[in-house]
Every structure is written in C-alpha cells, then in structure tokens.
Design a protein around this ligand. Structure first.
Ligand code: F6P
Length: 548
C-alpha cells in the first residue's frame, strides 16, 4: 500500500479542512461579491471561472501546498526537458516538444529539427492535396480523405476537424474510420468514389488490429476499382516506418513520429495531418501555437494562478476528499461535441491507474469517470441527474463568447443556457423557494406539501466554466493543452505514470484467442462458462443464418 501521499502533512491538512469547513456555495458567493474576480484566471483566448467550487483562500493555499509537496514544479521540468518519466516503457513524454519554438535535446540531439522536417512534409502534402495537385491512379484529384486510426490516432484529429469546420475547405472532405465494426467501414465507403479517395493509415505502432483490418479492407475496395495503382491512394503516419513500408506505402507518403510522443498526446505530430488537410497547415500550426502558449503558462505561472494546475487540484479535491467518482464535461458548442470522447481517452487512459510509478497499490482514488455531451442536448437527457440525483457530479462547462455563425439569437440562447445550468447547479432551489412558487400558482396546502420535495434542488453542485473568445485554431490548441497538463498534474499528485496504458492489453490478447474460436467447428479453449456459452451461442446463430 502506498501511503506516501495520504501521510503528507499537506494531505492531512486538506482532510482536516474538509472535515471542519462547510462549503455552501450560496453562502460563499453572498459573503464575497468579488468571488468571481478572485477565482478566475484568464490567459490568451481562454478564461477559467473556478469560483463555483468548494474553495476559499485556505483551500487554495492547502491545495497548492499539496502540489508543492509532491514536487510539481520539478516534475513539470522533467516533463518538458524529456526525462524518461514514462518509467514502465523507459520513454520521455515530449508532446510539448512538438509545439516548442526552442530546441529540445534528447540524448544530445535537438529533436525539434525532426519536427520541423515532418511539418514541412505535411505542408507540402496537405497543400497539394487541397490544391488538387495530388492525383489518384486514374489521374483525378482527391475529393475525399479517410483517416484510418483509433484511440489517439483518431480522437484528437476528429475533434479538431469538427471544431475547425469554419476554417475547412469544401474539398477534400475528411472522414474518420476507427471501429473495426464493418458497419463503420460500409457507412464510410458507401458514400465515396474509390477513384477520388485517399486513405491515411494512422497508427503509432502499426500493429493495431482495428486499424490494420480496416486499412486492408479499404485497400481491397480501392484495388477493385483502380487495380495496382492503389498505392497512390495511401499515406501513413507512424512511429513504425518499417511496418508502413511492409504495408506497401511509399517513403514520401510516410509521415514519421516518434516513440517519445504518446498516442493520446500525438495530435500535434503528423497524426494531425487530417487537420492540415481539412483546415490547412496554417490552421494546424496556429493550433500548435495555442498549445505552446498554454505550455508557457503551465510552466511559468504560479500554481494558484495556473489554469491546468487549478483544474487538476480541484479534481483531486473532489475525488479524494469528497468521494466524487464522476466528472462531467459539458461543451456548449456543437463543434466540440467530440470533446468528452477525446477527454475520456486523455484522462482515463492516462490516469486510470491503481499503482504508483513504483508499483505499489494505492490507498486513494485516482481518475474519475469522465463523461458528457454537448449542451443544450444534454439538458434534455441527463441533467435531471446532475440537478436532483443522489450523486454529486462536478462539471466543466465549455463555451465560446463569439460564434462563427451569424445566428446571434441562437448564440445568446446557448450562452444563457450554459450559464443558467451552472448557476442552477450551484444555487439549487430551497424548500421555501419551491413552496413560494407553488403558492404563487394558487395550489392547495395539501398539493404544496405533496409537490414540494420533488421541486427542491439541493444545489451546492460545483462546476468550472471555461470561456473561449471563439473557437479559433489557437484557442482550440490552448484548450486541449490545458487538459493535457491538468492530467499530468493529477498524475504527479497521485504519484502514477500517466503515459502507459497496460490496462488495454489483456482484452487485446483474449480477443486474439477468441477470434479463431468463433469459426464453426473450431476447437474452443478453456474459458469460464459465460465466455464459452457466448461463443457457442453466437456460433449456433451464425451457422443457422449461413444454412438458410
Ligand atoms: O490500445 C490503446 C492504444 O494503444 C492507445 O493508447 C492508442 O492511442 C491506440 O491504441 C491506437 O494505437 P496506434 O496508434 O498504435 O494504432
């Protein structure tokens, strides 16, 4: 058991503070009219309002003391200077080098030179693709590009391509094929013409079953129409150049990235190629620039005024001192609809860990369940639980001050709803307020007594609100980097390695074992009765189908 964290004086002080201090948000606001100004941070094109949290000056001081006690400043230096902090894979986690304007040395070499070289290759390729210069086997320009990848090789670029739609050229259209489900393949290909479609196979390892299976099916689909010239319809992004060659992709179509970039932190590398294809290389570079500005803020701002650090510490505060095991992400922007999915991988694959870096079991909780969907849609689906459920779920609201569209009235309604929800979660509605409303409606005393409990909102439900000036490439880059650093900060507090993902391995191995067992009459190895029963049941259904 690791009690290195929970026995720290800073931790104990927080536990004591939690025990002895009642956090009533209504009262905190009533007591301090300047609370918003006190608990907001703005940097670049982002503002973080963290005033609707269980927090006072002392809480902030104690949380920052915890960060200090865990050596956060030193860990940030280790991160950005390329120490091998991914200890189980003996690698650095140098995503910040992908957007650095200064040299970053790894084993005595400036790795930003490689970044610049691949960026130039991305610019050439995306310019030619967008300009119709690049042609397929039949001499036609490409109208459509499919990104074939999953996890970190899909979620970040897919998020950015959606988010940057106002910057996106009409052609080529960019599609994302991630799931090995043939329905995803069918749905993507059915609308496309192989003669004018290019596929980018994106896989850091180039061994991922889903990606390689999908790439193979796309190759067959292309070959059926363009024959041997299908090579002109492929590009690859990978850290395993040899395997991409093995798949038959030409040198100049392979975009390299490196072991020192984690998959879920890779959208700033050539994994961002579909972003450059959709929105242009300038937009991609502006996004990296926004992320770089956030890096600068993270590495230099004092912790009490440091956006990622504050978000991270508040997360730890709720998970470990209030037992809140879920965290909602609520973007009030349809262009950020994929943001919760993106954050699920970023946060849960990074910090969903149960042992310390040294392998000791933890005696405290780590990553909460991260989930959500865009407002206002979510309001008509799951917000009931956020307001009146038995579990308190801290939330992040994300919204843009200015839209890219001209429907000003819509945007005002969107903003009003966003702010209303965080206000409602915070204020709630007391029994007295509920009763007064029912009285004003002229209901009888019996009816009022019957309905009041249903109309009460407990309130005191904490949330952050992040306001982007507008969803520009730069603001998007800063927003994503904000969360990358939040996740890293939490991993430092929890003493875990945010950069491995061993938890995905077991299922992969078992799937490899079960795959041949699904064939009719194939021997079935030893399994529990449920797994065996399911394999047999599915086989019987499929053979019934096949014998019809
Ligand atoms: O299985 C999980 C994972 O390794 C993720 O970490 C990664 O982003 C994804 O699979 C895809 O991996 P690759 O880019 O190597 O295909």
């Amino acid at each position: 058991m690791s009690s290195a964290l929970t026995s720290l004086p800073a931790w104990r002080s927080l536990a004591e503070h939690r025990r002895t201090r009642a956090f009533e948000l209504r009262e905190l606001f009533a007591a301090d009219p300047a609370r918003f100004h006190k608990f907001t941070i703005s940097h670049g094109e982002l503002l973080l309002d963290f005033s609707k949290h269980y927090l006072d000056d002392r809480t902030l001081k104690l949380l920052v003391a915890l960060a200090d006690a865990r050596g956060l400043r030193e860990w940030i230096a280790k991160l950005v200077t390329g120490e091998r902090i991914n200890v189980t894979e003996n690698r650095p986690a140098l995503h910040t080098a992908l957007r650095s304007t200064r040299p970053v040395l790894l084993d005595g070499r400036d790795i930003t030179r490689d970044v610049v070289r691949v960026r130039a290759q991305m610019r050439r390729f995306s310019d030619e693709l967008r300009g119709g210069v690049l042609k397929g086997a039949t001499g036609q320009a490409f109208t459509d590009v499919i990104n074939i990848g999953i996890g970190g090789s899909d979620l970040g670029p897919a998020l950015a391509v959606d988010a940057l739609a106002p910057y996106t050229a009409r052609r080529p259209r960019v599609h994302f094929m991630s799931n090995v489900d043939g329905a995803h393949v069918d749905a993507t290909l059915s609308a496309l013409d192989p003669k004018t479609t290019l596929a980018i196979v994106v896989s850091k390892t180039f061994t991922t079953q889903e990606t390689l299976t999908n790439a193979q099916s796309v190759r067959t689909w292309l070959e059926n129409t363009v024959g041997k010239g299908s090579g002109k319809h492929f590009a690859a992004v990978t850290a395993n150049v040899k395997a991409a060659h093995g798949f038959g992709i030409d040198d100049e179509r392979i975009f390299e990235f490196w072991d020192w970039v984690g998959g879920r932190y890779s959208m700033w590398s050539a994994v961002g190629l579909p972003i450059a294809v959709a929105a242009g290389m300038d937009a991609f570079e502006a996004m990296c620039e926004g992320a770089r500005e956030m890096d600068e803020h993270f590495t230099t701002a004092p912790f009490e005024a440091n956006m990622p650090v504050i978000l991270a510490l508040l997360g730890v505060w709720y998970v470990d001192f209030f037992g809140r095991t879920a965290h909602a992400v609520l973007p009030y922007d349809m262009r950020l609809a994929r943001f919760p999915d993106y954050l699920q991988q970023l946060e849960m694959e990074s910090n969903g860990k149960r042992v310390t870096r040294e392998g000791e079991a933890l005696d405290y909780d780590t990553c909460p369940v991260v989930w959500g969907s865009p407002g206002t849609n979510g309001q008509h689906a799951f917000y009931q639980m956020l307001h009146q459920g038995t579990q308190v779920v801290p939330a992040d609201f994300v919204v843009c001050a200015k839209p890219h569209h001209a429907l000003a009235a819509h945007h005002r309604i969107l903003l009003a709803n966003c702010y209303a929800q965080s206000e409602a979660m915070m204020r709630g509605k007391t029994a007295e307020e509920a009763r007064a409303e029912l009285q004003a409606q002229g209901l009888s005393a019996t009816e009022i007594a019957r309905l009041t409990p249903h109309k009460v909102f407990p309130g005191n439900r904490p949330s952050s609100t992040i306001v982007l000036d507008s969803l520009t490439p730069r603001a998007l880059g800063a927003l994503i980097a904000l969360y990358e650093h939040k996740v890293f900060t939490q991993s430092v507090i929890w003493g875990i390695n945010a950069f491995d993902q061993w938890g995905v391995e077991l299922g992969k191995k078992l799937a490899d074992r079960i795959l041949p067992e699904l064939a009719e009459n194939a021997p079935i190895g030893s399994h529990d009765s449920s797994t065996r029963g399911l394999i047999e049941y599915t086989r019987s259904k499929r053979s019934n189908e096949e014998s019809k």
